[in-house]
Design a binder for this molecule. Structure first.
Ligand code: URA
Length: 235
């Protein structure tokens, strides 16, 4: 792909367009070993070697991160009052990244962050019914009857009942542990489903979205890039 040098560098997170133009004008950017002084220079993203202040700038059209979202941050690109999931990405980051879908502020777990809008649309489109798996701790004993109700679909106050969902009871006690697989992504869906059967969610963590599983090595707040295999499975 051929692309303007200033766009190339701004896309890859080296600064805003005007910041990278200043560096280009200052002779701090080389293309194939030669200082490039024109921001409009077209570079071949597959062949040309671009150095920004001595650092190699490899172009990637899309980037993908898996974040283990901690409680206390919001799933947004920016927020006037709260810390966002994007604030957690510490490295140089491009400006077009966004979280795919939302987890509540108090929910932990798997959140995909990318700039691939087509993929996000495919994962989130209501007609696609991508499985999402949640681990939850519930106030009270979760029963087989709850599992039956979830399988049949429950009324959570929307026009339609929920689609059949699969509830696996890991332990049933005063504080039960469960896994719930849902195929929709309605607002507060897991909490509202339990509320519909008279129970409350005390803790919620997403552990899977489609083929993508939360890496158990990531602690809340940690992230990593997706592997090639993970990207292939998703795409
Ligand atoms: N369901 C919820 O209730 N909250 C979330 O964050 C995700 C699913």
């Amino acid at each position: 792909m051929k692309i303007r040098l200033d766009k190339f560098l701004a896309d890859m997170g080296f600064g805003t367009r005007s910041q990278v133009r200043q560096q280009i004008a200052g002779g701090n950017v080389t293309v194939n070993g030669l200082p490039a002084r024109r921001p409009e220079l077209k570079v071949d993203t597959d062949k040309d070697r671009v150095l920004f202040c001595g650092t190699e700038a490899a172009y990637a059209q899309y980037e993908y991160y898996m974040l283990n979202k901690p409680a206390g941050v919001v799933s947004a690109t920016e927020d006037k009052k709260e810390h966002t999931v994007l604030d957690l990405l510490q490295e140089r980051k491009r400006k077009d990244l966004f979280p795919v879908g939302r987890l509540d502020k108090d929910t932990e777990g798997l959140l995909l962050i990318t700039n691939n809008g087509d993929l996000a649309h495919r994962l989130l489109a209501p007609g696609r019914h991508v499985d999402k798996v949640y681990y939850a701790e519930i106030d009270g004993k979760v029963t087989r009857e709850d599992a039956e109700l979830f399988r049949a679909g429950v009324d959570i106050g929307d026009k339609k009942r929920t689609m059949p969902a699969f509830l696996e009871i890991l332990s049933s006690a005063d504080r039960s542990e469960i896994l719930l697989t849902i195929r929709e992504g309605r607002f507060h869906q897991v909490k509202r489903m339990f509320h519909a059967v008279g129970k409350e969610v005390l803790f919620l963590r997403r552990i899977q979205m489609g083929p993508l599983k939360l890496d158990e090595k990531l602690r809340p707040g940690e992230y990593r890039r997706l592997t090639k295999e993970e990207v292939e499975k998703l795409c």
